[in-house]
Design a protein around this ligand. Structure first.
Ligand code: DAH
Length: 339
């Protein structure tokens, strides 16, 4: 019986002095574990005279319960103090001013494209897209640019393999559209195009075009002029004047190049337009009958017009950007200005 009381005292001391949950657990095993002190005592019961056994058994059980309570209290105390420590560590000062979220913005090229897209969508145009890796056939041959045609020299091409290239213009999307759709067709197609050009302020091996195509019965040059005129007035303002000059593209006949009043100086002449008061905006023309026929469209029934513009140029003029490289370097200090 004395040994039992001693055991309880020993347990109290060990548990109370435990410095961690691990030490409490060690104490538990030491006293209550399978080969712990209490189990040893119970196993020793057989050596006790039978009449004293019940009293002894009861005492051992009491001690066992007391130790269990001790341990459970100590464990709870550790859990609480750990939680308190964690709370203290994770404490946040809600009175501190918040860190603002920085909103992103659309890239100037995207902004310029969306504006152009909306103007054409309001005129009933659909939007089509085509692959950047394109068949030479679609990029050149079917657009009436045979292999020996000098127009190929002006579009220095990245070839991927025989007959496959990085498109040098968005015009192959016209071919794809006409192969897949019957007239009437009224569409624009935006996209990246590639040419093996050295990088400088006005050249980039990758740039963006927006192309347009209309094919229907009775489409004339007058429709082309009216459409382009309206587009440029919507884009640059009511007072914008357009000028059609004769031009040449193998896939259109007749062809024209279109100038518009410079938006920066409104026609007075400035550095952006090199004193001309006008800037060249796009190329266009009546779709060459051969191109229609290449796509299975009867050129004695249908006619069409097409146009192509450089999106980078339009964005540069719109925002007064003088170096095309800025559009591709993605310097945040530059991009941030287009919010
Ligand atoms: N694809 C021409 C180029 O990259 C631009 C162009 C001119 C497209 C006239 C057209 C067009 O559809 O009719 O230089």
């Amino acid at each position: 019986m004395d040994k039992l009381s001693e055991l309880l005292l020993k347990a109290k001391e060990l548990v109370n002095n435990a410095k961690s949950e691990k030490e409490v657990e060690e104490a538990r095993l030491n006293f209550l574990g399978k080969s712990g002190e209490v189990s040893k005592l119970l196993r020793g019961m057989k050596d006790i005279v039978p009449e004293e056994r019940p009293a002894f058994g009861k005492k051992v059980n009491d001690i066992k319960n007391s130790i269990e309570a001790l341990i459970s209290d100590k464990k709870s105390a550790f859990t609480l103090s750990n939680a308190k420590k964690l709370l203290a560590k994770e404490k946040i000062d809600v009175t501190l001013p918040g860190r603002g979220v920085k909103n992103g913005a659309l890239h100037p090229l995207t902004q310029a494209y969306l504006e152009i897209r909306d103007i054409f969508m309001n005129m009933g145009f659909d939007v089509f897209e085509g692959p950047e890796i394109e068949y030479e056939k679609y990029n050149f041959d079917m657009l009436n640019i045979p292999p020996d045609h000098p127009a190929r020299d002006t579009q220095d091409t990245f070839y991927i393999s025989d007959g496959i290239l990085l498109r040098t213009q968005t015009s192959p999307v016209q071919i794809r559209t006409m192969l897949d759709n019957k007239p009437p067709i009224r569409m624009i197609c935006p996209g990246r195009v590639y040419r093996s050009d050295d990088v400088d302020a006005t050249h980039s091996p990758v740039f963006n075009q927006v192309e347009g195509l209309v094919v229907d019965k009775g489409i004339s040059f007058a429709n082309l002029k009216a459409t382009i005129d309206l587009f440029l007035k919507e884009l640059y303002g009511e007072s914008t004047k357009t000028k059609f000059r004769p031009g040449f593209f193998p896939f259109t006949e007749p062809s024209a190049e279109v100038d518009a009043t410079c938006t920066l100086c409104h026609g007075k002449g400035c550095s952006a337009c090199r004193g001309a008061g006008i800037v060249e905006i796009l190329g266009c023309g009546m779709v060459h009958p051969k191109v229609l026929e290449n796509c299975g469209i009867d050129s004695s029934v249908y006619s069409g017009f097409a146009f192509g513009l450089g999106l980078d140029r339009i964005a540069n003029i719109k925002y007064g950007i003088t170096d095309i490289r800025l559009l591709y370097e993605n310097d945040v200090r530059f991009l941030e200005q287009f919010k």
